[in-house]
Design a binder for this molecule. Sequence first.
Ligand code: T4K
Length: 379
Amino acid sequence: MASPPLTFERPIYVTRPLLPPLAELTAELEKVWASGWLANGGEQHVALEGELAAWLGAPHLSLFNNGTVALIVACQALRVAGEVITSPFTFPATPHVLSWNNVTPVFADIDLETMTITPATIEPLITGATSAVLGVHVYGIPCDVRGIDRLARTHGLRVVYDGAHAFGTTVDGEPIARFGDATMFSFHATKLFHTAEGGALAVRDADLKARVDLLKNFGIKNEEEVVLPGINGKMNELQAALGRVVLRRVEAERARRAQIAAIYRQRLTAVPGLRVVAMPPGVTDSHQYLILRVNAQAAGCSRDTLHARLQRFNIVTRKYFHPLCSQYGCYRHLPSARPENLPNAHRVAAEVLSLPYYGGLSDDDVHRICDAVGYSLKQ
Ligand code: T4K
């Protein structure tokens, strides 16, 4: 057997945040200091909101302190109630947002290829209690947005998208922010574009944005009137200043990630049992994650074994998103959470592995990771 590849001297994580030169951030922070304005819609907030609305092609955009609160507010603003059909193949935030709105999540199965819920899996779950669909553009792969739109119009449902991974995704040239009633973006440190913690909500019309903006600021209309039971969802000036500096470097980061993805694809696609997930035709990649699908039988090694063996080389991969949300103690009692209702989701959750993917990786790092993957399969 070939000698083992070298172990990395430092852990290679699934991602590292884009860190612009500190001097650029300091220059923005000096302006914040001089203004004496740290929160509640200061100059940085106003500027970033405009810059991001343009970048994302969003009809209207509101910044938030994180993506989860943005989704909670989206559900409040759209008066979502009763049952909402959503994906089990996602981060816990997605169904938890429904629970925080006193809404029952109803899990639909996902498509084996796109790993998203589809009109065909959603429609049979619609009941008189259904008020909305909460689709997840997982890994930046869009849901069938046009099909879900049609279904929602037929049944009078709201459509909210969890686009936490979809910063920069387009469908046939159309920005992802233009579909559905509202789309959430996460700006967590692990995201390609980030504000350390943060998020945004893109919404279809000005009235909805006005309601969202009220809800994220305690429902305060003016000094005399509080008109809605709102929450504190505001992004502060330090986060917004960081975001403005990061935004200048996002295109370069995306371009570097595209080069890294090309190496992974070239090295791993030919390996039996492995597949590097690609965007469907007509979709622009958000370059948020690099996902490997492991067919245990063909690869001769399960995803879990590969994940464990890579740790020996100091390569810290992640099983995003295993376990399924439908398997959590707080949801598994739901009829829709039964494994027999979600066969594709269970299969996909056992196959996926997020590999290290960030601009700071050198070509040599990526080749060494691929060497370690190849070696680990044959152990
Ligand atoms: N919907 C979906 C589909 C989501 O994926 C998420 C978040 C949300 C909703 C909610 O959005 P936010 O409310 O978070 O805006 C991370 C992120 O915390 C989370 O934002 C993200 N999805 C999820 C997929 O990944 P963990 O628990 O895996 O993070 P953690 O701390 O293990 O970090 C992963 C790796 O990143 C570390 O091993 C090293 C690296 N890292 C992390 C941080 C925080 C750094 O290098 N520097 C850092 O500062 O959840």
